[in-house]
Design a protein around this ligand. Structure first.
Ligand code: ADP
Ligand code: MG
Length: 698
């Protein structure tokens, strides 16, 4: 094992490197920029760029790139060489301040939802100095935001940065009211736990569905699955252990401290948790982590599947987004305090989240909506597509008591009129919270864990939503409190009102149960089952108002995002549909036919020996498989036609609906028939690796 103290962050142009490589005054200015989230002073850009280049060359880098996250959710980079030819024909290594701050990218192929007509292909990338530059594959990567010529956001980073500003502004207003004036900046902090599958590369490459769609489109369940729960926290196999060691070292060099890995519930499934950090950096780190997972897996003859549901009937993969708010002097605003004063402040922030989550259930749901995650949300291992908050019994009881005006003293209640700011919160042990793993949004002692995220998605969207909706509610609270004559009374009023009006969003029971779905309906909570059900809410007037008022997304940007998301949904299902047709026609049906032919030959040979020889079993299988192939063939023909018809299905909204209602359901039917055929076909004829092969042969 490498010495982590020496290698940690060795490929990152971090604070220590900056201090060492930059003149003192430049370092100070840059730090100021980073701390206040302001644009970089152009007068120092050249010096910073030069220091960065020198450092990168020392580390063996030859190229640089502006590294960004377009709206399709993966990262993009355009490499440029440092190499430059001078007028007298000599070669130098150049990297100017201009090249550091701003890049021009011919980005016409990135989705823009109509924001940037392709003839105006230029997009601009701008350095986000709050996220450190790093070296990956001999390339200096500069984390950037990506905008159009007119300044519209074309990526996931820009709105996230804007949402951080919005949240900072409103939290500072509230803190000021509580007399906290030594805080200059507030950040949301995030730790994103990442789930993934590892399977053998040779087996993977034999399946077109895994290669093209990242998930199995057919495949009968293995006789042994996760029923025994023996994989969870089970011993890690040597091949996986070697992978993890390699992965850790790679991530550490990039300054990503991954903490725990254990086997997840499903066979071949694993999890990685980093130590939390400021949200925009956490988002960059999570993108890098996903990239590194894939890269390192390939070195070990493995493939890392990040799809939300690679195997039907086996647990899918998600991402747990642990979110909190932290001040620049290290105060976690969701840490219940010891003093009454701190408690009132804690309750205000807690109430802001409760109200925000209730008011904007739709946006939280949308922020995790994708074709892949639809297979996971609502099935038995993931929270259902209904948003609710878990607070734990103790905190819930405290809130209910506050609503009733009863003071809570931890052991028995004094029926006194409650004054918040006196002794509302007893010191409650953190461990009584969490441990409800079924809630989509759980308070876990000093942070919230949003568990609906899909494993492959960027964490930028959900955190952008979280920051913005909490900023909005804090704005409402601050408006009210700034105008109040009696601060304590106003605080009381807000807390009581919030609990009364929004307690419907609190649920501590089993979110996976049927009763909860009914109960949620009774409470009037939204259940947006699929991406096509959820996405249209993005552009309703309430949400446009929210995003524009906080300057996170303009109306045009929101509409473009809606289009990109819906188009993406359709494209994914279209590709899956084509892949399924291809597999069935070229691999599956021919394989079954070969088996059928051998069976028929066998029957003929038997009959040649004697007409009396029993051929019932063979005949039965021949019959069954012939019927199945016939049905499969009919459905596949229908699917082919529907995929062609899809061209004429109308606008994006209608297209999304079409793909969901027509294509997905047909694919489901074909899958059921094919899986039955698989079970009835002799192993040696089945042309692709089975679930058992994939899940147990690592
Ligand atoms: P688990 O959810 O498995 O019980 P932990 O509670 O230890 O694990 O932490 C889960 C994740 O939450 C880790 O990535 C951790 O860094 C992150 N986390 C802890 N504190 C905070 C915080 N204040 N803000 C954001 N994330 C946090
Ligand atoms: Mg967790």
């Amino acid at each position: 094992m490498e010495d982590i103290s020496k290698t940690f962050g060795s490929m990152v142009f971090n604070d220590a490197v900056m201090r060492e490589k930059l003149p003192k005054d430049v370092y100070k200015k840059l730090k100021q920029t980073i701390k206040n989230g302001k644009p970089l002073d152009p007068s120092i850009a050249n010096i910073v760029a030069n220091a960065m280049k020198e450092w990168a060359l020392e580390k063996g880098a030859t190229h640089y790139t502006h590294w960004f996250q377009p709206m399709n959710g993966i990262t993009a980079e355009k490499h440029n060489s440092f190499l430059s030819i001078t007028s007298d024909g000599n070669v130098t290594m150049e990297f100017s301040g201009k090249e550091l701050i701003c890049g021009e990218s011919d980005a016409s192929s990135f989705p823009s939802g109509g924001l940037r007509a392709t003839f105006e292909a230029r997009g601009y990338t701008a350095w986000d100095p709050t996220s450190y530059a790093f070296i990956k594959d001999n390339t200096l990567c500069i984390p950037t935001a990506f905008c159009s010529y007119g300044g519209e956001a074309l990526d996931k980073k820009t709105p996230l940065l804007r949402s951080m500003e919005a949240l900072n502004k409103q939290v500072l207003r509230v803190l000021k009211l509580f007399g906290v004036t030594d805080v200059k900046r507030v950040y949301s902090t995030v730790g994103a736990e990442q789930e993934y599958f590892l399977i053998d590369k040779q087996l993977h490459d034999k399946r077109k569905d895994l290669m093209i769609a990242g998930r199995t489109l057919i495949g009968a369940n293995p006789p042994k699955g996760q029923e025994l729960d023996d994989h969870y926290y089970g011993a890690i196999k040597p091949r996986i252990a070697a992978f993890m060691k390699d992965l850790n070292e790679e991530l550490w060099r990039l300054g990503i401290y991954s903490k725990t890995e254990h086997n997840e519930v499903a066979p071949a499934q694993h999890e990685l948790a980093p130590i939390y950090t400021t949200v925009n950096i956490a988002a960059d780190h999570n993108q890098l982590t996903m990239e590194t997972l894939k890269k390192v897996a390939a070195r070990h003859g493995l493939v890392c599947l990040l799809h939300e549901k690679p195997f039907a009937g086996v647990n899918g993969s998600g991402k747990h987004n642990n979110w909190s708010m932290c001040t620049d002097n290290g105060m976690n605003l969701f840490e219940p305090g010891n003093s009454p004063h701190e408690n009132a402040q804690f309750l205000i922030f807690l109430c802001a989240v409760i109200k925000a989550v209730d008011d904007y259930q739709d946006l939280l749901r949308i922020s995790v909506a994708s074709a892949g995650n639809d297979h996971r949300l609502g099935s038995n291992e993931a929270p259902p597509a209904i948003i609710s908050i878990f607070l734990g019994d103790e905190l819930t009881e405290i809130l209910y008591d506050i609503e009733q005006g009863i003071a809570y003293n931890g052991n028995g209640k004094a029926k006194t009129e409650l004054k918040i700011g006196v002794d509302v919160l007893p010191a409650f042990p953190k461990d009584t919270t969490d441990r409800n793993r079924t809630s989509p949004f759980a308070f876990t002692g000093n942070k919230f864990e949003f568990r609906m995220l899909g494993s492959s998605q960027s964490i930028s969207d959900p955190n952008c939503v979280l920051n913005t909706i909490v900023a909005e509610v804090l704005k409402q609270f601050a408006d009210e409190l700034e105008n109040a004559t009696d601060f304590t009374a106003a605080i009381n009023k807000i807390i009581k009102r919030t609990i009364k009006e929004h307690k419907r969003i609190i649920f501590n029971g089993n979110n996976y149960s049927e009763e909860w779905v009914n109960e949620a309906k009774r409470r009037g909570l939204l259940e947006l089952k699929t991406t096509v059900d959820a996405l249209p809410y993005l552009i309703n007037p309430k949400n446009i108002k929210l995003f524009t008022e906080h300057k996170v997304l303009s109306e045009a940007e929101l509409f473009s995002r809606y289009e990109v998301l819906m188009e993406n949904y359709c494209k994914i299902i279209h590709i899956e549909g084509l892949t399924l047709v291809d597999m069935i026609k070229k691999d599956i049906i021919p394989a079954i036919n070969t088996y059928l032919k051998d069976l028929c030959d066998l029957v003929a040979s038997k009959k040649a020996v004697s007409a009396k020889i029993n051929c019932d079993a063979e005949t039965d299988i021949i019959n069954k498989l012939s019927n199945l192939t016939n049905s499969i063939y009919q459905k596949v023909t229908e699917l082919e036609e529907k995929l062609i018809e899809a061209k004429n299905c109308g606008n994006v909204t209608q297209c999304g609906r079409y793909y969901h209602d027509n294509i997905l359901s047909l694919m489901q039917d074909i899958r059921a028939l094919t899986d039955e055929a698989e079970v009835n076909t002799a192993s040696k004829y089945w042309p692709i690796p089975t679930y058992s092969d994939l899940l147990f042969k690592v």
